[in-house]
Write a protein that binds this ligand. Structure first.
Ligand code: HEC
Length: 162
């Protein structure tokens, strides 16, 4: 869990990365299989800090999920799934991942209507959101990353924060 001090430092740095990120998204759209640019490592470090502060409580310290995530709980809601190679986060395009994190999500078969995956648009900037997705990608196998890159052709990150 990141301390408050390092988390606010992280958000200052992720803010400063915004223009780099725009370049990164543009490069990604055209050459997603190119070697990882140097700033990508910094992006992943920032994304890990965002993840630990906002996501780990439900999705697990390393994306391993809540216990019993495949079965609905007592309220008829599916618990938080894993983000690692055992999950299916990698099946979503960049556009869809961005939307899920910003707008929230619920399984259509949940017995309740509430968004069990909370919306983060009031807490995470576009830069924070791209950083946390960059971190999630490090939890996948090379094959899963390739599949997700293909899925993202034609469904990239939004060019600007909506
Ligand atoms: C309060 C608990 C909670 C927090 C905090 C949370 N999530 Fe979730 N998340 C969920 C649940 C529950 C689902 C499953 C929703 C469903 O499909 O029923 C989910 C689903 C997702 C999915 C879709 C996964 C898939 O396999 O389809 C993504 C991506 C995701 N979360 C990312 C994040 C990120 C990134 C953060 C931190 C910024 C985060 N979540 C924080 C509970 C949470």
């Amino acid at each position: 869990m990141a301390s408050r001090g390092s988390a606010s430092m992280a958000s200052v740095i992720t803010g400063a990365l915004a223009s780099l990120l725009n370049a990164h998204a543009a490069v990604n759209a055209h050459a997603a299989t190119a070697p990882v640019p140097a700033h990508a490592a910094l992006l992943v470090t920032m994304g890990r800090a965002v993840y630990q502060q906002h996501c780990a409580v439900c999705h697990g310290e390393r994306g391993e999920a809540a216990r019993g995530w495949q079965q609905p709980d007592a309220n008829g809601e599916l618990p938080a799934p894993p983000h690692n190679a055992q999950g299916h986060t990698w099946k979503h395009s960049d556009a869809m991942l961005y939307r899920i994190i910003q707008e929230g999500w619920r399984d259509p078969f949940n017995k309740t209507q509430r968004l069990t995956m909370p919306p983060f648009k009031s807490q995470l900037s576009r830069a924070d959101t791209l950083a946390v997705i960059a971190y999630l990608k490090t939890l996948w196998t090379p094959e899963q990353r390739r599949f997700q890159t293909e899925e993202s052709h034609g469904h990239p990150f939004p060019a600007e924060a909506p």
